[in-house]
Design a protein around this ligand. Sequence first.
Ligand code: ATP
Length: 358
Amino acid sequence: MREYQIAAIGGDGIGTEVVEEGIRVIQAIANRYNAFKIEVSTFPWGTDYYLKYGEMMAPDGLEVLKKFDAIYFGSAGDPRVPDHISLWGLRLEICQSFDQYANVRPSRLLPGISSPLQNVTSKDIDWIIVRENTEGEYAGAGGRVHKGHPEEVGMDVSVFTRTGVKRIQKFALDLARSRKAKKLTLVTKSNAQRHGMVLWDDIFDEVSADYTDVEIDRMLVDAMTTRMVLHPASIDVVVATNLHADILSDLAAALSGSMGIAPTANLNPEEKFPSMFEPIHGSAFDIMGKGIANPIGAFWSASMMLDQLGERRAAKQLMTAIERFTREGKSFPFDLGGDGKTRDVTDRIIEIIDGQNH
Ligand code: ATP
């Protein structure tokens, strides 16, 4: 029987709560189909760890993680530590070191869930936002000079490389090609950012020439926000920079019902390193410890992880169980208008999985 080694890092806030529930669901799927085994190792890295040891993860953390088939992640961020430390010390460290350059963020309006947009149905929102995940605005290039003085300067320099841009655009074109609608929108801001963004445009001209079967178009990022709200059904796959896609995917999550639902895959498509799967939401300290976080984003991420591991059938069955749960509309967590607890959602989804036909 195939066996997969998964590293689980709950991290901070509700991240730990939803990852714990996600592991229960993954084990339920593995038991139900009895075709593979999942061995989960949990790592206590995050802000508590930082406050104890001065680092967000163990010094040999990357070496340890490298041996796993995939990483299942919760969230990093805690008011006790500046965000740039918690983010760079764990999540970005993993994404960059493991060259997880393709950040894939699907958004769908699941059955039974309503969008804040009026008259929008499941058919209208079925998007995948592909975010460049290793460079651009989050490359970490820049600095601060004259610290604390009136003439202090802070700079963040966006870094766009031909290799980095080409590979993410190619990835998005291949993904668009594999879908029914076969459409890809390139999002930039090349009217105002006239160097790096124009490089994105130029490379897109070259790369997309080989994809005549994919319907392509281009949008400026500000206009894209309007299109997502006013003409959601016109969108299929979107490719954008690290910063732009970060913002667009939060909007996409909200338009598809809640921040609690949306998943993310941080992929190293060449599989030289493990890929990492996580819900799109952050630590949400306002609801931490109350047992009310919506775990669906973490479950959907688990489904993406199974898919990446090659367990397509199990991945699909997990999504089917999630959709059956949302269609039923019982035990909805508070962000979806119910009073179900995190565990109630998990228990019901496991019940559905246990009752599924092979
Ligand atoms: P970050 O800065 O890391 O993005 P955050 O805590 O500032 O994290 P998010 O976690 O992204 O913000 O979410 C914003 C708000 O949405 C939260 O404060 C919370 O009220 C709500 N929210 C997010 N995730 C969930 C969830 N899984 N279930 C219920 N509500 C959620």
